[in-house]
Design a protein. Structure first.
Length: 449
């Protein structure tokens, strides 16, 4: 997940004071049927030491997107020991465990992502990763820098707790362990089609068959410990990959008038793109972000190259604004390049994540159970400009996604290393909170009429 920081402590305090953040459920929300929910606490607490051990084992042995073979094996063996129906190789290396309750009822799904990132770990932890793997043809260090190791451990703990109350469950729970959330290296086939990966591949493989709702969470060091951050509607941005080729005419650096300099044109394009957000989109409706993160052109200091390639991302929270922004990006790049005598070619993809949108009715109905599972530590947060492919599940069934704060003990969450940092780490004491919240949401959904 490409996660933007959640509110800092001063910002959070200011927003609470202004009434824009809340630590309470919506007015009029009904308390859930607590009969099944309270039985979960002892079961989750009993599994807490194992969750820590699982998390550390997975952390020490991270696997890149699409390569989660060892992690998937660990998960599948655990679910099989719990007596579940287990499917492996779902959408690649995905695992789906099905727990059928003793009573008839609905079907709900819980999801955790399993993949790590090409990041060199610098935490100094005794179980820090020393793993390396192949990424885009190069050997790279690998680290669980986004907390997916914790996600897997928490869902394994929730699965153990719910399996222990199988006879009382009025329905079925599916445990979806997903590969490649961070985006597997994508290569088009001979026809130009890009193969599915991650959540989309699992959906195509039938992971959501009969499912009526799905829940997921993401751990973060940038919320207070044990606090759940949520919002109804758009929560996380949709993301479009962006590539711009600027074609000029090469020449000698001493005589730029005899060439068409694509580097100067590209510099002007980068600056011009910022006006798409600041001057052309109505950001009072929804925010948007355009970032150019990579520029490649030229081989020597006195040679003007023929071309430059730029890569970046577009983040939006509204489909209409997204399409408008894409058109404006094309017009801006082409026009600025043309003014220098160059040409710009703009393309989007091959990877695009939809907006992570929490179903309004499901969100409101789930909050009382979430508050009970967390001791009332539920916070309404602003939109997050990072992206998540949990959004693919939400396109098929109603879904609710939320954040769990877990900065390291003694660390100010406003200053803690964020997700994707080589210094990212969590407070393992929050693992039971995550497992309990996921299990409670599943039980509450199955019990709810």
């Amino acid at each position: 997940m490409r996660l933007a920081p959640t509110p800092s402590r001063p910002l959070a305090a200011a927003l609470v004071a202004a009434g824009l953040l809340s630590l309470t459920a919506p007015a009029g929300a009904q308390a859930p049927d607590a009969a099944g929910l309270k039985n979960l606490e002892a079961a989750v607490n009993a599994a807490a030491p194992r969750m820590v051990a699982w998390r550390r084992d997975i952390h020490a042995h991270p696997e890149l997107s699409g390569q989660e073979v060892r992690t998937a094996k660990l998960v599948a063996e655990h679910l099989q020991k719990l007596g579940m129906e287990v499917q492996t190789g779902v959408g690649g290396t995905g695992v789906v465990g099905t727990l059928r309750g003793g009573l008839p009822g609905k079907v709900v799904a819980l999801r955790a992502d399993m993949d790590a990132l090409p990041v060199e770990e610098k935490t100094g932890l005794p179980f820090a990763s020393k793993q390396k793997a192949n990424y885009l043809g190069k050997e790279v260090p690998v680290m669980h820098a986004c907390g997916h190791d914790a996600h897997v451990a928490m869902l394994m703990g929730a699965a153990e707790a719910l399996a222990g109350m199988r006879a009382q469950l009025p329905g079925t729970v599916k445990f979806i362990f997903q590969p490649a959330e961070e985006g597997a290296p994508v290569v088009a086939d001979a026809s130009g089609k890009v193969p599915s990966f991650g959540a989309k591949a699992m959906i195509e493989a039938g992971a959501l068959k009969d499912v009526q709702a799905i829940y997921g969470l993401h751990i973060t060091s940038n919320l207070p410990a044990g606090v759940v951050g949520y919002r109804s509607g758009p929560l996380m941005a949709g993301s479009d990959a962006l590539t711009i080729h600027v074609d000029g005419r090469g020449g000698h650096g001493s005589a730029p008038w005899g060439a068409v300099d694509p580097i100067v044109a590209s510099s002007q394009v980068v600056l011009g793109l910022q006006t798409v957000v600041s001057r052309q989109l109505n950001i009072s409706k929804e925010p948007a972000v355009i970032t150019i993160g990579s520029i490649h052109g030229g081989t020597r200091n006195n040679i003007i190259p023929d071309g430059v390639e730029m890569q970046g991302t577009l983040r939006t929270f509204d489909e209409e604004m997204r399409e408008d922004a894409k058109k404006r990006i094309v017009t801006t790049a082409e026009s600025i390049a043309a003014s220098s005598g160059a040409k710009a070619r703009v393309s989007f993809g091959p990877v695009a994540y939809p907006v992570t949108t929490n179903h309004a009715a499901l969100t409101e109905a789930s909050l009382p159970a979430l508050r009970e599972a967390t001791g009332g530590k539920v916070m309404l947060i602003p939109k997050v400009s990072g992206s998540e492919d949990f959004s693919e599940f939400q396109k098929v069934v109603p879904g609710f996604f939320y954040f769990l704060g877990a900065p390291q003990k003694g660390q100010d969450f406003a200053k803690a290393p964020s997700n994707h940092s080589p210094l990212f780490d969590i407070d393992e004491a929050q693992l039971p909170v995550g497992a309990r919240s996921l299990a409670a949401l599943a039980v509450d959904f199955l019990q709810r009429k």
